[in-house]
Write a protein that binds this ligand. Sequence first.
Ligand code: PLP
Length: 456
Amino acid sequence: MHFNGDEPLYEALYEHIKDAVATGAMREGEKLPSKRDLARHLGLSVNTVTAAYDQLVDEGYLIAKERVGYFVAEIENLHKKIAPAPAAPAREAPAYDYDFDLNKNADYRFPDNHFKKCLQWAAEQKEPLNRREKEGLAELRGAVADYLKASRGVDVEAEDILLSAGMEYLLLILFALLPKDAPFRLENPGYIGLKKIFEQNRVPYDFMAVDEAGVDPDALTGERSIYLVTPSHQFPTGSILRVDRRIKLLNHVKATGSYIIEDDYDSEYKYYGRPIPALKSLDGVDRVIYMSNFSKSLSPTLRISFMVLPRPLMARYRHLSPGMNCPIPNLVQLALARYMREGHFERRLNRQRKIYDERRKIAAEAFLGDDLFSVDDKRAGMHFILTCKVNGSEADLLAYLKKHRIHMKGLSDFSQGEAQEDYPRLIVGYGNMSVDQLKEGLAELKSLIKNFSAAS
Ligand SMILES: Cc1ncc(COP(=O)(O)O)c(C=O)c1O
């Protein structure tokens, strides 16, 4: 046996003998070494061995026979503990040196000191901590409503907002609220990973194509549907749904009794001009369900997302879910509400925009002036699409980069059906590395693509 130095010695010895009895390594009736012998053998004091033996006697694993010694007790039906499997190997180091993943951002360093103070403050607020509000705490819903009014042009009140722990949970709620006969229509390319949640819940869905100006409403059928779109910053192409298409889409929705789910993921990050107003801000018929989250602005691990529900749907939700509770801990909701009210969130966003814009410029400029590359930089979000005019396929190029320890995705990872692309299109996420690391990574990426091109 060995001692790890953290636990008292007698406890280590006690655990060791208990385990030996439970696994059958020491048999019933077997005599244990005398306290003095064992102490000498293990280099422990007799007191330590006595403490371990006494504890095991108290618990019934050993029997002490006066002047004879200690024996393993007979324990009827002792459920023999299987010897523990060897510990899982320590988590392997990542298999890459440079991570261009588009959904990660290294700057989330969260919680920051302001948020920690807000958490401390929230921990002392008795009444709201014990409150049950199934839409989420009014304090945070109010802060989110004010933020949406000021920054996204969406005119809402706290009572229109529902908070939950991620987009999947918001969708699960919508599956219960929306008409069952209306299939979901998802953008292609788009957030293809969502497919699973539709399949698991047996909700019908299909895809609609997206071009340079977003979804084309003229190409939609007259069937009542639920359109899931990313109008302000199409995911992952970055295109903006043109205003004429926005109006047509809203008219189409009104005429067919459909709904739009506006996923506004990522749209806080636009590095020129004014923000693109949310589609919801044009919604005169209350058929747009607006969704967003704090996954990029604070941390994807915080798991706080929210939606603005049209009033009839909110009424249905309240009626449907009397026993439900919002899955985000009240402590965290309260802290975030205060963080927003005190202006920390706004200041953080402003700081972050500068940081990511600098990285964006570095990343886009790295490929300029070289005919092999064409950068489609929309000056928004945390990624752009890089067309590589090489001979091989996108899958082969990605596999080659992976072999050389570069992690990134291609447009085909977000597309459904056969790719029609002439050249590989890589998605360069620049949010996940420091400036120095990013520069190194870009140089490596460029030279690997050139090597791949020369060899293919
Ligand atoms: C386009 C898009 N919308 C929404 C989400 C999910 O966000 P949440 O953290 O709210 O689940 C993602 C996550 O990758 C995404 O890519």
